[in-house]
Design a protein around this ligand. Structure first.
Ligand SMILES: NC(=O)C1=CN([C@@H]2O[C@H](COP(=O)(O)OP(=O)(O)OC[C@H]3O[C@@H](n4cnc5c(N)ncnc54)[C@H](O)[C@@H]3O)[C@@H](O)[C@H]2O)C=CC1
Ligand SMILES: CC(C)CC(=O)C(=O)O
Ligand SMILES: [Mg+2]
Length: 358
């Protein structure tokens, strides 16, 4: 198969974890005989420094000419005091909006060999297999008006019926091919946008009689997600609620460095990125865990290219390295050996180039 992928390394640990994922994609090319044409472009702080624009036209053009996009992360203290139109995060929000990537899929599954790394008790973390479906192009991160003066600031949480319907349909369809359970998360006791959200989920229920639906308020979900995460199958929610809950869910696997994501629209085009940010505290030190980005590349192969066997091979290789007890610093136990980003990546590459013996 011949495909074009735009690579957006971004800032902080972004370039480090993306380099790992690119090596893994190249190993998959070799092993399975595909051709992935990779084209690099700027986003975030790196793009502000080079072009004074967090999302240059050239980056958009390259992504438009590709079949999928792989992104690292954006942001860092260097740009923290920039005006909002020159913030690295603005570039990320803009690219999601430009490509109408309304469905952010964030799977969180317990990894047996990491159960000791999780701060949760083994019996709480094991058997977790949930999918957060986060609305990504509306809600609090995009609503107008926005105002910022020294005396007054406004953010707006707004949704149209169409925006809610399409993310809710996506979540119902994912629930029916998983375990048939959907939890819609809102704040309908306070927010009118949540009242409409809940009403639409109720209306849609009849179209999906095979899916069991519950409504939960976001504050109690924040508690239940770490006291009883195995309760959840598919969780659908507003943009910022999903952002917060998915970082929280990283305690289930023990590190943000393990959680991948896919940002999709209705066709096969997608942008794939780890759930974590640019981690300035460990950037440039070879400390980052590249698993989340490597697993995001696996999601890319599966969702955008339909390469299920290749994606499964990446997941197998990552799990095999964990099972050998090989970890970067975020997951290593006190006193045990810590692998650098590139050492850990080499272990994954060795797994992929060694066909499994049965
Ligand atoms: N998608 C994106 O590009 C995102 C960008 N950001 C930006 O990133 C910057 C830093 O934000 P933070 O709140 O610190 O969140 P963060 O996710 O970058 O880091 C939070 C903590 O997790 C650790 N961590 C994150 N990824 C890791 C990995 N792969 N391996 C090992 N440890 C890892 C970091 O070292 C840090 O202690 C900010 O500028 C923020 O705006 C934050 C979230 C998402
Ligand atoms: C710019 C932010 C919304 C990025 C973020 O935290 C995320 O998408 O997880
Ligand atoms: Mg986030």
């Amino acid at each position: 198969m011949e495909k074009k992928i735009t690579i957006l390394p971004g800032d902080g640990i972004g370039p480090e974890v993306v380099a790992s994922a690119v090596e893994v994609l190249q190993a998959i090319e070799t092993r399975f005989g595909h051709k992935f044409e990779l084209d690099y472009a700027l986003i975030g702080g790196a793009a502000i420094d080079a072009e004074n624009n967090p999302l240059p036209e050239e980056t958009i053009a390259k992504c438009e000419a590709s079949d999928a996009v792989l992104l690292g992360a954006v942001g860092g203290p260097k740009w923290d005091n920039n005006p909002s139109h020159l913030r690295p995060e603005k570039g990320l929000l803009q690219i999601r909006k430009h490509f109408d990537l309304f469905a952010n899929l964030r799977p969180v599954a317990a990894i047996p060999s990491l159960l000791d790394a999780s701060p949760l008790k083994r019996e709480v973390a094991e058997n977790v297999d949930l999918l957060i479906v986060r609305e990504l192009t509306g809600g609090l991160y995009f609503g107008e008006p926005r105002v910022l003066t020294d005396e007054h600031a406004v953010d707006t949480l707004a949704y149209t019926r169409k925006e809610i319907e399409r993310i809710v349909d996506t979540a119902f369809n994912l629930a029916r091919v998983r375990r048939g359970k959907l939890c819609s998360v809102d704040k309908a006791n306070v927010l009118d946008s949540s009242k409409l959200w809940r009403q639409i989920v109720e209306e849609k229920k009849a179209q999906y009689p095979d899916v069991e639906v519950e409504h939960n308020l976001v504050d109690s979900v924040a508690m239940k997600l770490i006291t009883n995460p195995a309760h959840y199958d598919v969780v659908v929610t507003e943009n910022m609620f999903g952002d917060i809950l998915s970082d929280e869910a990283s305690v289930i696997t023990g590190s943000l460095g393990t959680l991948p994501s896919a940002s999709m629209r209705s066709d096969n085009f997608g942008l794939y990125e780890p759930v974590h940010g640019s981690a300035p505290d460990i950037a440039g030190q070879e400390k980052a865990n590249p698993a989340a980005t490597i697993l995001s590349a696996a999601m890319l192969l599966k969702y955008s290219f339909g390469l299920n066997e290749e994606a499964a091979e990446i997941e197998r290789a990552v799990n095999a390295v964990f099972e050998k007890g090989l970890f970067t610093g975020d997951l290593a136990k006190t006193g045990s050996r810590v692998l650098s980003t590139s050492e850990w990546t080499k272990e994954v590459l060795a797994e992929i180039s060694t066909p499994v013996s049965n």
